[in-house]
Ligand binder design. Structure first.
Ligand code: EPU
Length: 323
C-alpha cells in the first residue's frame, strides 16, 4: 500500500445522487459553490491519481480547500446551491468508471499537527496515519502502533474506525472537530460518537481534525513494534501493486483472506483486476483495471465463497460514483 499516496476515503457528507450528468444549469450551479475559495479547484478532474487503486472516472469538480475556513465556506456554498459533496480519502475506495457527480473534496492540504498538554495530539483531517505515527514516535507517545502501514488520513480512519488486530482508531480518539453541513465548526467528544467494527458514526459534516489521547512511552520500544508490524505487512500483503486495502470485512471469527483462499480464488482475474496471489483479501490492479472489472470480481468472489463455505462476505472498501 505504499502506493496509497492519498488518504483513506472519508464519506462524511452523505452524497445525494444527482439525476443526470451536468447540464449547463447544473454546471453553473456547481460553479457558484466554488466562488471565492482560496484552495485548488479543478473541473472535470480525473480521480484515478487520487486513489491508491488507480481506478475511477472523473469528478465534476474537485476542490482542495486551503484551510478549515475555506472548508466552512465550501460547505455553506454547497448547501446553498444544493450541490452534493463527497470527501475523497482515496485509499479504501473504489470509484466507479462514470466518476462522481457534484463536488469532490480532498483534505490533503489540512496537514497541521499540534502538540497539546497531557500527551494529546491534534491532527488536521488530511494528516496521513504514517505522518502522524512518525510524529508520535518522535514525541515518544504510544497508542498508534496498531496503525503502522495504514496509509489513510486521520479523518478517514475515524469515520471508518480503521483498525488492525493490534488496535483500532476508537482506542485513541479523544474528540473530533467537524465542519457541519451549514459550515459551522463543532467539537464533539469521542464519548458522543458510537464506534463499531470499521465504523465511527460522527455527526453529519466533514471531519476537519481529531484529538488523540496517547500515553508517554519508550521511543525505542514503540519504534520496534512499528517496524515489526510494517515488516509483517510487507511480507504478507501485496504492497507493490495498486490496491485499496482489504476488500472485505473479516466475518468474525473467520478471516476473509483465509475463506477466499480456501475457495480457491487466489490469483483469480477479471480483466486487470485480480485477487492477490499474496493475500486473498486484497484485490490488485495489474495495469488498467476498470471499476467494472473489480465489481465483477467482487461479485464472483462473494458468490463462490458463499457456495463453498456458507459465509456471506461484506465489503470493507467503499464503492462510490456512477457506473
Ligand atoms: N490468510 C490466509 N490466506 C490469505 C490471507 C490471509 O489464509 O490469502 C490467513 C492468515 O494466514 C491468517 C489470517 O488469514 O491466519 C489473517 O490474516 P492477516 O494476519 O493477514 O490479517 P487479516 O485479518 O487478513 C487484518 C486487517 C488488515 C491489516 C492486517 C494486519 C481487516 C479486514 N484486515 O487483515 O487491514 O493490515 O490485519 O494487521 O481487518 C485493511 O483494513 O485495509 C487491512 C488491510
Amino acid at each position: 500500500m505504499e502506493v496509497g499516496l492519498m488518504p483513506r476515503r472519508i464519506p462524511s457528507v452523505r452524497s445525494r445522487p444527482v439525476a443526470t450528468r451536468s447540464s449547463e444549469t447544473a454546471d453553473r450551479r456547481l460553479q457558484t459553490v466554488t466562488a471565492g475559495l482560496k484552495g485548488e479547484v479543478r473541473f472535470n478532474a480525473s480521480l484515478k491519481e487520487w486513489t491508491s487503486f488507480r481506478i475511477g472516472g472523473p469528478a465534476d469538480i474537485l476542490v482542495v480547500p486551503d484551510d478549515v475556513g475555506d472548508l466552512c465556506r465550501l460547505l455553506r456554498q454547497a448547501r446553498a446551491a444544493k450541490a452534493p459533496l463527497f470527501v475523497i480519502g482515496g485509499t479504501n475506495v473504489l470509484i466507479r468508471d462514470g466518476g462522481i457527480r457534484g463536488i469532490v473534496v480532498s483534505l490533503s492540504k489540512l496537514k497541521a499537527i499540534v502538540d497539546e498538554p497531557a500527551s494529546v495530539l491534534y491532527a488536521e483531517g488530511g494528516v496521513t496515519m504514517p505522518v502522524l505515527l512518525q510524529h508520535s514516535i518522535s514525541r515518544s507517545l504510544s497508542g498508534l502502533e496498531w496503525a503502522a502501514g495504514i496509509p489513510g488520513t486521520v479523518a478517514g480512519c475515524v469515520v471508518m474506525n480503521a483498525g488492525t488486530r493490534l488496535g483500532e482508531m476508537k482506542d485513541a480518539v479523544k474528540a473530533v472537530r467537524i465542519v457541519s453541513p451549514s459550515g459551522k465548526v463543532k467539537d464533539v467528544p469521542a464519548s458522543a460518537i458510537p464506534f463499531s467494527y470499521r465504523r465511527g458514526r460522527v455527526p453529519r459534516g466533514i471531519v476537519a481534525g481529531v484529538w488523540l489521547q496517547l500515553t508517554p512511552g519508550v521511543k525505542d520500544k514503540i519504534r520496534t513494534i512499528v517496524k515489526d508490524y510494517l515488516r509483517y505487512r510487507k511480507d504478507t500483503q501485496p504492497l507493490t501493486l495498486p490496491n485499496a486495502g482489504c476488500a472485505f470485512k473479516n466475518p468474525k471469527p473467520d478471516a476473509a483472506g483465509q475463506l477466499i483462499e480456501t475457495a480457491g480464488l487466489k490469483g483469480f482475474r477479471i480483466g486487470d483486476a485480480q485477487v492477490s496471489e499474496k493475500h486473498a483479501n486484497f484485490i490488485v490492479n495489474r495495469g488498467r483495471a476498470r471499476a467494472d472489472d473489480v465489481m465483477e470480481l467482487i461479485a464472483q468472489v462473494r458468490r463462490t465463497v458463499e457456495e463453498k463455505t456458507g459465509v456471506k462476505l461484506e465489503l470493507e472498501l467503499k464503492v462510490v460514483g456512477e457506473p
